[in-house]
Design a protein around this ligand. Sequence first.
Ligand code: FES
Length: 170
Amino acid sequence: MPKLDTGMVTPAVGGRGVAGRIFREIQTTIDQTRGEAGALIPVLQRAQGLIGYLPVPVLQTIARDMKLSLSTVYGVTSFYSFFTTVPRGKYVVSICMGTCCYVRGGERILNTLQKELGIDPGETTSDGLFSLEMVRCLGCCGLAPVVAIEETIYRRMTPTKMKEVLSAYA
Ligand code: FES
């Protein structure tokens, strides 16, 4: 079972304010996908897109409203690496460890990131600025090794280039 953040208070779905609006939007996605095979995935994607991660009360609400067991929702959340139950940093740094990137020095880039940020994959820096994650392939193997920060792809990375890129975000 993943370590889960339980800090968020579940608002009533019809509640006011930002939390109420978020829950109404999640509810709309649930209604739009009701009865479809695999409906849980788009609902979780919508929730994470709105909140940035998937807090336990949100997973509980989704399970209840979709008439699924909480363990089913947890199972899907933990199976797919793009779902997270802990808050992510302002910038998500995705290091590609697919075959091309790995053989072209991806591990050295990962080591640089771990050292510079002081975190391991799956963690967020204490200032909330960076989260580090490993991905399998970013689809641009010819430019390996590759790192993505949010939507920006950085190609043919070296430890020196990686430090320079990070300093631009700090
Ligand atoms: S293996 Fe890294 S981009 Fe494909």
